[in-house]
Design a binder for this molecule. Sequence first.
Ligand code: G3I
Length: 320
Amino acid sequence: DGLNTAAVAIRKTYFGTGTDNPELTDTAYVTQLNNTADFGQITPGNSQKWDATEPTQNTFTFTNGDVIADLAEANGQKLRCHNLVWHNQLPNWVTSGTWTNETLVAALKNHITKVVTHYKGQCYAWDVVNEALNEDGTYRESLWYTTIGEAYLPIAFATAAAADSDVKLYYNDYNIEYSGAKATGAQNIVKLVQSYGVKIDGVGLQAHFIVGSTPSKSSQASTMAAYTALGVEVAITELDIRMTLPSTQALLSQQQTDYSNTVGACVETEGCVGITIWDWTDKYSWVPSTFSGQGDACPWDENLVKKPAYTGILTALGGA
Ligand code: G3I
């Protein structure tokens, strides 16, 4: 078995990975990325973001995003599309523009309409709004929130739905995988969008975790159930579990357990439709450049060799 074949067999979920354009020159990397026994789904890590797709106002460039969308299509892999509205990786014309509610809503709607229309028919899901919340569950003071107010969320979902009525529309965030103020905030976002009569289909749980301090399996499962009770699906969208380097056998073994718990929580949750790791090899993980002294967060090491975490995932998916 591979990770995806096991995921499909156990509950018709998918298993997939994030990837990025610069890595696609690495032929050994691409061979494994194309291995649909392990990966039935991919997500572009950067190339569909606002700075990549609309670097100048109303001038759209889809070249890099298309490379990954075309790869998914060629491989028969689902594509999770990421993302439409975020406070990060915005081009200068957005961050240093002078905006009113009216002009920013117009720019937001234009961006979403053009990008979603371009990828229509290719995405399983769009992360429509990414990371709108502070840790205490209040809204992040982003340009979107300070200029438009909370209405930017239903506006974004309504605009995406109008451009593609088939694609699943997600709210995606981190630290919403366990109960607390931020998870409650995410549930309130689902209710807010629904209260406008606008479609929202899912909540994406990023799951950027730390070895030895991940939430318990039962806590993750009960939090997933709190979302699905609102009538939306959930997916684990960016799973990785980092450690303080250097790695040891004990840390790698704990990492195996931690991966197994998160994957297991999805498996036992009816509305959990899939699991995506935020790249599969430590060679290309985002972690070391963001958290100094930390890394080894992925199920394959930097030589593209499987770690104990791989076995933890496969076993949790009922594979062997
Ligand atoms: O494109 C420029 C390049 O021109 C420049 O030479 C180079 C020098 O640093 O930087 C390049 O940009 C980098 C970009 O990735 C593309 O490679 C940025 O510095 C770097 O910060 C950026 O990191 C990405 C990060 O999002 C930015 O916030 C990571 O690759 C990406 O994995 C990460 O993904 C996010 C999700 O979208 C949302 N959830 C959290 C997750 C991890 O941070």
